[in-house]
Structures are given as C-alpha cells and as structure tokens.
Design a protein. Sequence first.
Length: 132
Amino acid sequence: MTWVIRKNSGAHKALQTMRLGPRSLTEIKLAIEYKQSVERFQAEVMNILSNGGFVKRHNERFYITERGENTLIEYGAPRKIHRNTIHHIPGPSYDGLEILITVQRPGADDHMQYPSRRGNRLFYRDGRMEDV
C-alpha cells in the first residue's frame, strides 16, 4: 500500500516539527496545535506517518526517516507552524547506545537448566519428559 501525505495536513506539519529532532507524541500534538484527543491524533496523523515509513518510533519518541525528509523537501514548509513551540538545542546528537546493552548478573539464567513441573511430569527445555 502506498501512503501519501497531503500538503499542509496535520501529518505534513508533524513531519516539519520532527525535522529539528525527535519528539514525543504530546510534543508533536502541541506543536501543530491539534485540538482533538491524543487517541484521535495518533490514529489520524501518527499511524499514517509510521505505517508509511515517514517516521520511526523508538522509546516513546518519533524520529523522521529519509522518506519523511524527502517528502518535506518536495512539499516545502507547511503553510502555518508556530516556531515558538519548537525548541532545538544545538549540540552533538545522542544515539542512546548504552541503553541498548543489557547487563545481566552472573547466574541469572541458572533456572533454565531445571525442568518445569506440571502435575506429575517434569518437562525439560530440550523436549524430554519424565514421570515423577
């Protein structure tokens, strides 16, 4: 399915808002002055952007993709967007790689070597089953 964004629509304005950096759902909704509920905003604007590949979601924040950038270049800036609601702090970008690495304490998975008991049977992870 091909997803298309109309020029000057809420989705177009949301893309413009995310161009300066990742935003949460509430920040985008406030920036484009969307008056309906958050659920309706997510259904009418953000689902179109996500499903169409214009934005990606990571840890409750939305990031604009290359397809979204190309759409903004093609359409230009939306007709009305309030610049005072967009805050950009210049500086190095943050990718958050340290939160992707999980640290497990030694012995945390020792329970995996023991079977599960269901009734009078022991079920091992390798598929074996024994009667007790």
